[in-house]
Design a protein around this ligand. Structure first.
Ligand SMILES: [Zn+2]
Ligand SMILES: [Zn+2]
Length: 264
């Protein structure tokens, strides 16, 4: 139905023209998609300085027009650690003049290292390191200024030798979710974990059950596609995960305003 997390050639690690994503999504029966290319203000990130605002907005506007009667095309952005670079993000949003329908806030860096860096475990136990990651996510959600909380437990996708046991971090994860609820930030079900055969959505169903217990009923759905063939992939799985957790709506956004779509 919806896919709100897709990266095109406007991301340093993405491939493909936006039109190709639209084509695949439309073929796959999706009704609405959102582009969320990377914006990173961290000078150490591979994506730093790569994103070009005006060509991106112009290109997506052309896509939106071309697919006007077939597919709703939303314009988003995945912002790395927005709480650490508020001035850079503000400057970008000023230039965009309200063009963005939504922003995804994501933590890709913590303890001054990229998330998949094995050096995370040089001086900290996996538990301590993961706790620091969730602390960073908590700081980001407290800061706010975005609409969707990207891949809440992204750490689980990388360190094969140190699996994340989410129940060990229940307290801080619930804290993150309670702040998100208070801020009107919607957590995402990111399907990249399933595609990589780490066998779980990000976050896993257990976290979505906690969210439901706490009064949450709306989630965003994202494939985290980095090439056109992945657009909308595993969407049906995402819907089933949300249904099993007892959630009721998928989040759409138009000009920053939530448009909740009832789950089937
Ligand atoms: Zn991400
Ligand atoms: Zn992404």
């Amino acid at each position: 139905m919806l896919d709100y997390h897709m990266h095109t050639r406007y991301s340093v690690d993405g491939q493909g023209e936006p039109e190709e994503f639209c084509h695949i999504a439309h073929q796959g029966g999706l009704k609405e998609i959102g582009f969320s290319d990377h914006f990173d203000a961290n000078p150490s990130d591979a994506s730093f300085g790569f994103f070009e605002l005006e060509p991106y907005l112009g290109h997506l506007q052309r896509c939106r027009n071309a697919y006007a009667d077939k597919l709703s095309v939303r314009i988003g952005l995945e912002v790395g650690e927005p709480h650490k670079y508020p001035d850079d993000l503000s400057a970008l949003l000023r230039r965009a003049q309200g063009a963005f329908d939504y922003l995804i806030g994501s933590v890709h860096w913590y303890n001054e290292m990229l998330i998949g860096d094995p050096a995370h475990f040089d001086s900290l136990s996996p538990h301590e390191s993961y706790h620091n990651y969730f602390e960073e996510v908590l700081q980001m959600v407290k800061h706010g200024g975005f609409h969707i909380l990207g891949h809440l437990d992204l750490v689980s996708r990388y360190p094969i030798n140190h699996p994340l046991i989410i129940t060990e971090h229940e307290e801080i994860v619930r804290h993150i979710l309670s702040v998100a609820l208070a801020q009107g930030i919607v957590p995402e079900i990111n399907l990249s974990g399933l595609r990589r055969k780490t066998s779980s959505s990000l976050p896993p169903e257990q976290v979505l059950v906690w969210y439901r217990e706490m009064g949450g009923n709306t989630v965003a759905l994202g494939s985290d596609a980095h090439r056109p063939s992945e657009a909308g992939s595993l969407n049906q799985h995402g819907i089933e995960i949300a249904q099993r957790a007892g959630l009721r709506y998928l989040a759409g956004f138009c000009q920053g305003e939530l448009r909740a779509v009832p789950l089937p």
